[in-house]
Design a protein around this ligand. Sequence first.
Ligand SMILES: C[S@@+](CC[C@H](N)C(=O)[O-])C[C@H]1O[C@@H](n2cnc3c(N)ncnc32)[C@H](O)[C@@H]1O
Length: 281
Amino acid sequence: MSTYENYTKTSDCYDQTRSADGVDVIKNALTNNQTPIEEQVLLDAGCGTGLFSSEMVKHVKRIEAVDLNAGMLEQAKSKLLDEQKAGRIAFHHSSIESLPLERESVDAIMINQVLHHLPDGKEKAWQQHDAVMREFARVLKPSGTLVINRTTHEQMDQGFWFYPLIPSALEKVKNKHIDTQSLVALLRSNGFDGIDHQVPLDVVLQGDEYFNPNGPFDPTWRMGDSIWSLVAEEELEVLLTFLKALEQMNQLEQLIHNLDRPRQGIGQLSFTIAKKNIVQR
Ligand SMILES: C[S@@+](CC[C@H](N)C(=O)[O-])C[C@H]1O[C@@H](n2cnc3c(N)ncnc32)[C@H](O)[C@@H]1O
């Protein structure tokens, strides 16, 4: 369960601004395997409303979709009813720290924008992340592919036009995101190698809606990025007043344009791709 976002509430409108951003990186990573992609069983860890599963189900043999939030899982099920009936996808209401799957039962794992919701942090030595990587190594076949989709600290600092305007929430959310060095160390200690990072610079997390200057005024739009759950009410009020004043002076779009510029060189998403070692631990 997320430590800060109410996904039961969010599940109804999550898809309004979110899609399977960067899914081509995952597809390419799975194609680069001895087992043809159409024969692979894929785990969608923290599947949410099933946006990534909906795309990947067209390419793989079967998906095991796992999420801890019943509301998100219901959305995914209704979206993928036909595929579920055809045995192309199975849903599991479960935590990813303890997967309801057999040892070495999947060829690949994707985990999209989930890790920062674990009840974890640097002060806890990323223990929950360690448990999840251990569990991934257990269920993955030797040479299987793991794809982790997340946002780096640098991308949080520079890749979102509105993050600098909510500085205390930004600091809080950064503490929830594992840094790249610690993630790589955890992957290695849990038996992964061939680690590669890919950043699709043109991909934005909320699609065209990310550029909507009126977005912050709309609670539904704010539900598309969990950072807003960490913005205190007074901070939000001050921000909205500031943005409204800029809008009235016809300066809001220029501000967004200026704040968005660094994103074009750093992106919003980072995909870490790793292979499970062939040598058994
Ligand atoms: C930002 S959403 C991402 C959903 C989906 N992967 C996507 O990218 O559209 C995070 C999801 O992770 C799920 N989640 C958080 N912690 C979890 C855990 N420990 N085990 C399983 N799912 C978890 C939440 O319920 C939520 O559906």
